[in-house]
Design a protein around this ligand. Structure first.
Ligand SMILES: [Zn+2]
Length: 314
């Protein structure tokens, strides 16, 4: 499976995707010979980071001119029409995003923290990564997401605070220091203000701008640490919303942003075929070079890569 990386990276090399990071000093050769370039350091994907902004509608990202989201769209592949599952609520939808299966399979059909109900019934991308010996981390703003993390399935689980600033700051610090192979970061802000003031109200738009800043905290940390060079970042959401609710009955409740950027990923590329949130799990495993178990319903989105052999789908 690791062979895939080599194939993927041929396309990524020399694209100058991250020309601003660690630019080499200019060398002057005194001997006029044809210089054989040293083989470029492989630009494999060694890390996958999924950032989910709770309740962030796809059209908000498309229209609000958010600095960091816009930057990632420019540097990545994206869709404004990705869809979450029919049950567009936080716990079931995140469980599907991170397991690649529907609620009837993962079993998390409620939307509160119920410690006595136990944990997700399906393996998650974290348990798969751990089985393969990879390191994992999970930073959440809402404690109910703990249901997705059975004991021992994630190396680092933390709930730094409810709002995204604390979550982003702690996650950024941890990512730079520990450099986990697979990480998930959750921001609560858009959902909170959607419920209290209404979806796309000016208060929620402010919360979304705040969430954008939190994304920036993480993005800058990846740049500073050099992780940006070998990390696939996927930014998405669990659901949208309208008025002060999200039931999933309306499409606006289910439409979520989906942005991917990283080495070998197409730039400023609009995906023709909008992803499902179930694809997020499959794409994460694929990018890490892990086997995608047959139970996973989502598809690895190989179309985001410049040069990846599409996987034949079941
Ligand atoms: Zn909500």
């Amino acid at each position: 499976m690791r062979k895939f990386h080599a194939a993927l990276l041929i396309g990524a090399a020399g694209l100058g995707l991250h020309a601003s990071v660690g630019a080499a000093p200019v060398e002057i050769d005194l001997v006029p010979i044809v210089k054989v370039e040293a083989p470029e350091k492989p630009r494999a994907i060694n890390h996958v980071l999924i950032i989910s902004e709770d309740g962030l509608r796809a059209d908000a990202v498309a229209t609000l001119h958010l600095k960091w989201h816009d930057l990632m769209r420019k540097r990545g592949a994206y869709s404004d029409h990705a869809l979450t599952i029919r049950d567009a609520s936080t716990l079931p939808a995140h469980a599907s995003m991170l397991s690649g299966v529907e609620p009837k399979t993962h079993g998390l059909t409620w939307n509160t923290w119920r410690p006595r109900e136990g944990y997700i019934k399906s393996p998650t991308i974290f348990s798969h990564a751990q089985d393969a010996g990879l390191t994992t981390a999970f930073f959440t703003g809402k404690s109910k997401l703990r249901h997705i993390v059975p004991p021992g399935t994630v190396g680092m689980y933390e709930r730094p605070g409810y709002y995204c600033k604390k979550v982003a700051e702690q996650a950024a610090e941890y990512l730079m220091a520990a450099r986990p192979a697979l990480a998930f970061v959750h921001f609560s802000d858009p959902d909170e203000l959607g419920h209290s003031k209404g979806w796309m109200s000016s208060a929620q738009k402010n919360a979304i701008t705040n969430s954008d800043r939190c994304l920036g905290i993480i993005y800058e940390a990846l740049e500073k640490s050099g992780l940006i060079d070998d990390t696939l970042i996927i930014v998405s959401a669990d659901h949208g919303g309208h008025n002060r609710v999200h039931s999933g009955a309306k499409r606006i409740d289910r439409e979520i942003p989906w942005i991917a950027c990283g080495p070998g990923v197409r730039e400023d590329y609009v995906m023709d075929d909008p992803p499902s949130t179930l694809d997020t799990a499959a794409t994460a495993l694929y990018a890490l070079g892990l086997k995608i178990p047959a139970e996973i319903v989502g598809r690895p989105r190989t179309d985001i890569f410049i040069d990846a052999t599409p996987i034949l789908l079941r």
